[in-house]
Structures are given as C-alpha cells and as structure tokens.
Design a protein around this ligand. Sequence first.
Ligand code: OOB
Length: 541
Amino acid sequence: MTHPQQIWPEDLAAHYVAQGYWTGESFGQMLDRITREFGPRTAVVAGDTRWSYADLGREARRCAQGFAGLGLVPGDRVLVQMPNRAEFLSVVFGLFHAGLVPVYALPAHRETELRHLAARSEARAYVCADRHEGFDYLPLARRLAADLPGLRVVVAGEAAEFLPLSGFAPEEMPAPVPRDPRGVAFLQISGGSTGLPKLIPRTHDDYLYSIRASAEICGLGPDSVFLVALPAAHNFPMSSPGYLGALHVGACVVMAPNPQPEPCFALIAREGVTLTGLVPPLALLWLQAAPRTKHDLRSLQVLLVGGAKFMAEAAARVRPVLGCTLQQVFGMAEGLVNYTRLDDPDDIITTTQGRPISPDDEVLVLDDAGAPVPEGEPGNLYTRGPYTIRAYHDHPAANARSFTPDGFYRTGDVVRRLPGGYLEVRGRAGDHINRAGEKISAEEVEDHLLAHPAVFDAAVVGVEDAFLGERSCAFVVLAEGAEAQARELKSFVRGRGIAEFKVPDQVIFVPGFETTAVGKISRKALRAALKTRYLDKGEGA
Ligand code: OOB
C-alpha cells in the first residue's frame, strides 16, 4: 500500500510554516524534548503508578524497542485499544518513538469494529489490556488473531498465550526514528454517519499545532494538573487540550479509570486537579453530585465541556456549583476545534460553542444550495485549515462525499455564526445520532438489525433525551408471519460484537414503512417521517 499522505496545496503548507503553525517536530521528537526539559517532574499518575517525565521516556523507549523487536517497521500501523492507564501513554509514545502509527480504538469497541479497523488500516499488531470494566479482552484478541494471521498481539496485564507488554526487554531504543513531520502520525477514528468508522490520518505537524494552540487557549502551564476522565483514545481528552497539551507544557496528567463523579472527585482532591474535560451528560452528573461530595474540589479551575451540545441552562450552573470556569469546546476528530475563551463574557461562555483555534481556520456557513447565509442564520458548516484533514484514509467514496473539490471538509453540522466568529451548534444535517458524545451511524445499526431473520426492514433515529442529549430508537418492520420482542432484538444486536452504546435504547414495531407517491423515498426522509409520525406526536415508547 502507498503510505497515506495528507495533501495540503504547497502554497498553503508554506503559509502554515511561515506562520509558525507547522514546526517540523514529530511526536517522537516531542517525547525526547519533554523528557529532557521536564525530566524529574511528575508526568503521569494512574492508580498506584506515578511516573516522572524521565520514567515516561524510559518506558516509551522500552516499548519502542519491544515493538521493533516484533519485526514491525517504521510506517506500520498498530491497533491500540487501551483503557486509561499509564501504559496507554508509554505504548503510544513508544510507537511514535519507533516510527510506528497508532490506530486508536475505544475500549467500548468489540470484535466487529476491531476487525474493520484492523483491516482498513492493515494493522500488523494489536495492543490491548487484559480486562477493563468487567470485560475480558483476551477472547476478543483470540478471535481477531485467528482471523488475521500475522497480527502480533501484545497485552498489558495477564497475557495468556500472547506477548505481555511487561515482557518487553529493558533495553531502550536510543533515538526516535526520524519521521516526515508532514506524514501521518496516527489514525484516529470518525464518528461518521454512514457505516463503520472511517480512519482519519493526522500528521505530526498539524496535530502538534492544534495541541500547542489548545494548551495556550486553555491556560495550561507547568503547574497544571489535567484529569483524563473520558476514554484516552478519544480526540477530546487527547488534544483539547488533553493529556498531550498537558505533557507539551510539562504539566501532570492524572488518568481516571472511569468518569463517574465520586472517583473523579477523589482524584481531584488528592492530586489537586486544575482542569478536565467532560461530555454534557457527565457534566450534568457532576453538577448533581458536587453539592453532596465530601471531597474538596477547590483546585479545579477549568471544566471543558464538548462532544455534544451543552445546554445553556446547565452551562450557567457550572461556576456556581463547581466554582470553576466553563470552557465549551466544539471539535471533531477530522480537525477544526472551537473554544470559548477563558476571559469571554458569561453569556458567550454559556450560549456559544466557541470560536476556532486558528486565525487560519477557514469557516463557511452555507445553505443547502451552497450559498453563504447571513451572520446569525443557521447553515451547513464547512471548514479547512492548518489542522483539518483533506481526505480520509484510503476511502475514495467517503472523500467524494465529505470534501469539496477545493478541500473544505463538510462537517455535517448545522451552526449559526455570531459576531466575533463564535459558533452556536444547532444540530446535524447527517444521519448520525450523538448519544452522550458517542456518535452512532444509523445505517450501521440498521444493518445489524436487518441481519435478524425476523426483521424485514429497520430505520434508526435519534430522539431528544434530557440526559443523553439523544438516545437511539429503532423502528422495525417484522417479516411476514415473524415475531420478535424488543429485548430479543437488542440482545441480537449486542451479540453482533459491537460497542454497547450502539445497541438501540428503544425499539418500536411498526406495520410498514410508507413510501410517498414518488415511490422511492430516501432513508433520511424515511427516518424523519417515522420520527414525526410516531414520536413527535407523543405516540409509542
Ligand atoms: C468530538 O469529536 P468527534 O469526532 O467524536 O465528533 C465530532 C462531532 C461534531 O461534528 C459535532 O457533530 C459534535 O461531534 N460535537 C458537538 C460539540 N462538540 C462536538 N456538537 C455540539 N456541541 C459541541 N460542543 O466530539 C470532539 C473532538 C475534539 C474536541 C471536542 C469534541
């Protein structure tokens, strides 16, 4: 396969370099720099593990040596599925050091997603933890390995027949393998609206720019303590400003095994956490729990909330209840990230989702015919800039849909642009469901339902939900003479080996899907019609 390259036109690339956005540093070099600059300072706290920057560097170099010893060569992709543990960072930086390309899977992903990600990225190795949140990853690794001969499996923890991460020899790979800073550093996954996740190639230059700029906008400094509450593989806790932003400035990263309020409150009090990021439903839980906690939360200065729309009423409660500044963040793994600024007036902070990181983020708000809408009017958001991808990894069909010929990414989001360039997110034009910040493709879940012998047809929609933002509802037409219960269909979908968050929250059986006089109706129109007919009138449940 050809090495996937991000293609920015040369004149724009030269401009990004001239502006100081693209500095030519690779992630391998970043690790070298931070270990040298911040050596004895605490880099990572996770459970009983406390690593200084020097420790992190040593652990990463040991991993790098181990991965190289498996016969992996620079540019090879490695699927990483790890919970929030210190080893997440040593593995990922180890891969960077060895010139390897991480492909990030979420701990919630199961066999179907992993097989897809491994195949799409042509991964040569898979790194996972033995167990997390009661789930045993070894049987999953076994099935994956049986399917993909040649896939090397490395396990953090009890490794059974696989290679234990702790078994990597203590030798260290001395220097980072040189990488083209404009080449792909890692593959992130999209929450896309059609089918299984697409792979997002991010380069060293573009991603490190977004990290440095985010660290500054979020006020990170060497004395900051950043709590990773969301899954570390997600773009939000990774880079907005994330643990990478924190490590870039020599701050301390605290890994929370899960994002529930009480365990996180205990960590905030114990470690003096100064900032963290949450999706809106978790922010609501924290707001509910904070007044009753015995833990001292006074160290917390900034709470970032993003991934899905945070309602203004809830946003207004952050300062009075948690005593910290809210920073809304509207970002996407494909690139563009918007923040409210720490010194913005309260009404901007509570009612908008911020403005772009970069003066060179180009933002267009267009109507359905492609014409610009006036300021304050809702329209489709398009963007390009110094850290927004120009194409998905190896996916011509998706690229034709998702990018304009002049390189703008069609975000699928409907926004209003307000004075000062602030954006207010109004909704989605596409068919994905944003369930508590987890993006679910309607089409993907429909495909799983259709695999059930009793299902004749299925349409999955997002329904407004006070807690989750949106929950998923499947409309199902049964095959003639067939019978099935909602519970049975849900467990069937779960049994297809997909992430639990994709299992429909609700199933409604309907006699048939009507088509209009025109005959064929688009899936999108069908979903909208079903929703209006059965849900917006208060029927069904
Ligand atoms: C983040 O990244 P993704 O790739 O999981 O999802 C991106 C999509 C956006 O296109 C938008 O539909 C939605 O998530 N979204 C928001 C939002 N932040 C993201 N919708 C409304 N309000 C917000 N504040 O979710 C992500 C990546 C980096 C930083 C933060 C979030």
